[in-house]
Design a protein around this ligand. Structure first.
Ligand code: CP3
Length: 359
């Protein structure tokens, strides 16, 4: 009987069968610097695209995420239009909450809102079991998408436990995340139970996307910047490490991104990431220095400059490319998501510029 290890991904996965392994995205995330640069945009699918607004007409956000044909079509739209070097799966960080049976909706213009917040030990104990969350709709949408992407890799993603728990404790969006920041100190045990649950949910969501065909993954800890470095390390990083742990046996790069995280970058890397996403506040050469010079970076065009005159934006993009050269690999992206009012032709022009500049 053979004792060979069972392969962690099937031979027909795009990363295993040669489709995406040598793409600019995968090369940059491995720290290779040959060939053309990779560029994609966080929130590239969405309201900046008229074809997205048409596809979504009359259909709720979560419903669109759970219809495989629609989620796949919306994922592909920005790839067709901008010729970006990666697709990001069209979904949301709260989709797995809905699949687990939590009463959550996405309110247009506001964001995720829960039927009831999760704040007490009893609330946490009453969270649904994660033993049989059904990710079939996600797997189908991913499979449909990668069957049409050819050599362009799909990035799977999930919310980091802190950011997910921030919505759960507040019951909706908040500015300063006081609820979760109080809870982690006032009742660390309940906080740990909540973020462990969130880590296992996000980890399972990531794993479902990768197994179904995603070639890279990203953990979004959008609100981690509201934490001090000490609080991040004690009360957020362990759960992020647990989420990444769900996919650490798979041969897929792991990007870790948050905003306002200039002081957290080494801890975010240490949580199990193979590449770090940097927001627009810290130049990439300085980010690379803080990470010891050995970590591939992603970022960090300031989304505010998308609305500036092209000459101003072009100079900024060229500066981002120059500074990104100091990291072992650089995936060009924004420092946060595409603002909904962005003129999409500007994004296409950035992709052309990034592909033109030699590295
Ligand atoms: O193109 C992509 O990047 C993929 C799709 C994607 C969405 N949400 C779709 C979406 C991704 C990666 C996310 C992640 C997400 N969701 C994050 C982390 C990234 C970040 O932006 O910091 C967070 C914090 C959320 C929670 C959330 N969902 C917010 C704050 C909002 C915005 C509320 C609003 O309407 O302005 C959403 C809704 C949402 N998620 C939209 C999209 C396209 C807008 C819904 C619509 O078009 O009506």
């Amino acid at each position: 009987m053979s004792t060979a290890a069972v392969p962690a991904l099937p031979a027909e996965h795009p990363l295993m069968d040669g489709r995406t392994a040598h793409s600019p995205l995968l090369r940059a995330l491995r720290g290779e610097r040959t060939g053309s640069r990779a560029v994609w945009f966080m929130r590239q699918a969405g309201r900046s695209l008229p074809e997205y607004r048409t596809a979504r007409e009359g259909i709720g956000m979560l419903e669109s995420c759970l219809r495989p044909d629609l989620a796949s079509e919306i994922t592909l739209q920005p790839v067709r239009r901008h010729q970006v070097d990666a697709a990001i799966f069209f979904s949301d960080i709260v989709v797995p909450l809905r699949l687990a049976g939590v009463d959550v909706d996405i309110v247009p213009g506001r964001g995720p809102v829960l039927g009831s917040p999760v704040r007490t030990p009893d609330d946490v104990a009453a969270l649904p079991s994660l033993d049989d969350v059904d990710f079939t709709a996600i797997r189908e949408a991913v499979a449909l998408t990668v069957s049409q992407l050819g050599t362009t890799p799909l990035i799977g993603f999930a919310g980091a436990p802190f950011t997910l728990a921030a919505y759960m404790v507040e019951g909706g969006p908040s500015r300063d995340h006081l609820g979760p920041r109080t809870l982690m100190h006032a009742d660390p045990e309940t906080w740990r139970a909540l973020t462990t649950w969130a880590a296992d949910l996000s980890g399972a969501f990531l794993r479902a996307q990768i197994e179904a065909g995603a070639s890279a993954c990203q953990l979004f800890d959008s609100w981690a910047g509201s934490l001090s470095a000490a609080d991040y390390e004690a009360h957020a990083a362990p759960a992020s490490a647990r989420a990444f742990g769900h996919v650490a046996d798979l041969p897929v790069p792991r990007i870790h991104f948050g905003t306002g995280t200039s002081e957290l970058l080494p801890a975010m890397h240490a949580a199990g990431a193979t590449a770090v996403g940097v927001d627009y506040r810290l130049p990439l050469d300085e980010a690379s220095r803080r990470l010891g010079g050995g970590v591939p970076l992603q970022g960090n065009i300031d989304p505010a400059l998308l609305a500036a005159p092209w000459e101003v934006l072009e100079e900024h993009v060229r500066d981002v490319l120059r500074r990104g050269d100091s990291a072992p690999g650089h995936v060009v992206n924004l420092g946060h998501g595409v603002p909904p009012e962005t003129d999409p032709t500007v994004l296409t022009r950035i992709v052309e510029l990034v592909h033109e500049v030699p590295q």
